[in-house]
Design a protein around this ligand. Structure first.
Ligand code: XMP
Length: 526
């Protein structure tokens, strides 16, 4: 596997993406990682880019053992400069920042070790298109290094040691703007490091199941919350595969879920997938506490705290049953569906003085219950979780589901949350999603939902005047939910949705479509 040492570049996590796409297992750690403390031996090391300059007094540097461990090293951008400056080369500020597309020419040196980096990559006469983003560059080549690629403005775009497996590229092969970058990373990983690349979801499943069994022992019991979302469903299913009914899933019905959600999740997890699930209907408690509350942050707090209370009470009941049964061990573990982006976020290098953030967990559950965390998805990206879900037999419509917020419809009902308001919104949302699916657009949209506005408008139905509520439809496309664009629907789809909602949902006489991007809007209305 590959070790990626992160110097804090915004592209670092993309290196892990590209390695995974090459079916090569990799792990990213902060650049300050000491080689002696590493519990495994990597077959290759990649040094990321960085916002720092290597010659700056506070610049981060790698453990020198990285270069003497006998493991091939590839430096990207800052990584190349780190290699150069630690091997007797010189790095200096460029007269102008080089930012954007460039074409590099591969230089055949005749040295087998050096040429391995671009071996098998066919470049046309115009060279290979790559993405540059750097303010510093090499001012001299370190001794015993050769140039293996250049551009007209930089003679040292890629360098390689004559005899040691140390390589550096000034461009960013990990970004999609370097269309053939994956081949460059592939050449390093396959040719130089000699990793074949057999890591895949098929190999992940038995390994992860074995790991879970070992952690939990023969009797250990695990509890976990499921929501009906992709991550918790996939995590629950793999736990069930590993330890059967010693995994206890709990679903809390907070009364602000989508139409018939608890029933649907129960059918899927229990009947189709065999997971040991308890659904706790706590909707009365939640709705009672939400009475008269309009402030969105208050709604969130009430729902979060009540969730913990209900979950803990249910866990205590399960604990009692386990204690009464001599064949069962105590509940020691809490399942959490943490994904790799959260892990990266918490371990990536944030500068010399940054404290490392801990993962956000289910609102303090761990502290209260003294449970240890078990996270079967912590190495996976979202699309890998989806692939895993499909392999585990989770139905396609669930695996591709849009995200749904924890506070549910409470943050999509503007104003007070009442049973009547919930019913109206559930019906409108159900029609909206049904029509999006019918039009074949669901997978093109990142998140779609209806929000119920606290205003009434005048309409006419038959011969009668109506005075009813307004629903706002939202659909966005986004990569990471930090920024989002509103989705452009074919007009006839909107027409059908609007006509169905106003005809079928009593209490709504007007439908609007939200055409606000994020920023300045947010995805949710509250
Ligand atoms: P915003 O509205 O902040 O939403 O642009 C970005 C993404 O986060 C989801 N979201 C939440 N998820 N609890 C959650 O579990 C929340 O309180 C919450 N608020 C927003 C939102 O649905 C979108 O996917």
């Amino acid at each position: 596997s590959i070790l990626i040492l992160d110097f804090g570049s915004q592209y670092s996590h993309l290196i892990t993406r590209r390695c995974r796409e090459l079916n090569v297992y990799c792990e990213m750690l902060p650049c300050t990682q000491k080689m002696a403390d590493l519990k495994w031996k990597p077959k290759g090391i990649i040094l990321s880019g960085s916002p720092y300059s290597v010659y700056a007094p506070d610049a981060p540097h790698v453990d020198p053992a990285v270069f003497t461990a006998g493991v091939p090293v590839l430096g990207i951008c800052y990584g190349l400069q780190e290699i150069a400056s630690t091997h007797g080369g010189k790095v200096e500020a460029h007269t102008h920042r080089e930012y954007g597309s460039a074409h590099i020419q591969v230089v055949k040196t005749g040295n087998k070790n050096a040429d391995a980096l671009f071996e098998g990559i066919e470049a046309g006469p115009e060279g290979i298109q790559v993405w540059m983003s750097h303010g510093d560059q090499l001012a001299s080549l370190p001794p015993n290094f050769l140039t293996v690629a250049s551009t007209p403005t930089s003679p040292w775009t890629a360098i390689a040691h004559e005899s040691q497996q140390i390589y550096g590229v000034q461009f960013h092969p990990e970004v999609t703007h370097s269309p053939r970058g994956k081949e460059v990373i592939g050449a390093f990983v396959h040719n130089v490091c000699g990793i074949k690349g057999g890591w895949s979801m098929e190999t992940f499943i038995p390994k992860e199941i074995a790991r879970i069994r070992e952690i939990c022992g023969d009797k250990g019991q695990v509890i976990g919350a499921v929501s009906g979302g992709v991550d918790s469903s996939v995590a629950a299913k793999i736990m069930h595969e590993a330890i059967g009914d010693r995994f206890h899933a709990i679903m809390v019905d907070n009364g602000v879920l989508r139409l018939d959600e608890a029933k649907k999740v129960k059918k899927m997890l229990v009947e189709d997938l065999g997971v040991n699930l308890t659904v706790v209907d706590a909707s009365d408690l939640f709705l009672e506490r939400l009475q008269g509350v309009e402030d969105p942050e208050k709604k969130r707090k009430i729902i979060g705290n009540t969730f913990i209370e209900v979950f803990e009470a249910e866990a205590a009941k399960i604990e009692e049953t386990c204690a009464a049964d001599k064949s069962k061990g105590p509940i020691e573990w809490l399942l959490q569906g943490t994904l790799y982006p959260d892990v990266i976020e918490s371990i990536s290098f944030k500068g010399p003085s940054a404290t490392i953030k801990t993962h956000h967990n289910v609102g303090g559950l761990l502290d209260d219950m003294k449970l240890k965390l078990i996270e079967p998805l912590r190495e996976l990206f979202k699309d890998e979780v989806r692939a895993l879900g499909r392999l585990l037999g989770i139905p396609a419509h669930l695996v591709g589901r849009h995200p749904f917020p924890g506070p549910g419809l409470a943050i999509r009902i503007l104003g007070e949350v009442t049973r009547d308001q919930i019913k109206i919104l559930q019906l409108a949302d159900e029609i909206y999603i049904e029509e999006i699916r019918a039009a074949g657009l669901y997978d093109q949209i990142s998140q779609a939902f209806a929000a119920l506005l606290p205003v009434k408008a005048v309409g006419v139905m038959g011969d009668a005047r109506t005075y009813e509520q307004v629903v706002a439809l939202r659909a966005v496309s986004t990569e990471d939910f930090m920024t989002a664009d509103w989705f452009v629907f074919p007009p006839q789809v909107l027409k059908k949705i609007s006509s169905r909602i106003t005809n079928e949902v009593r209490g709504i006489n007007r439908v609007t479509y939200d055409i606000t991007s994020k920023p300045p809007g947010t995805v949710e209305w509250l």
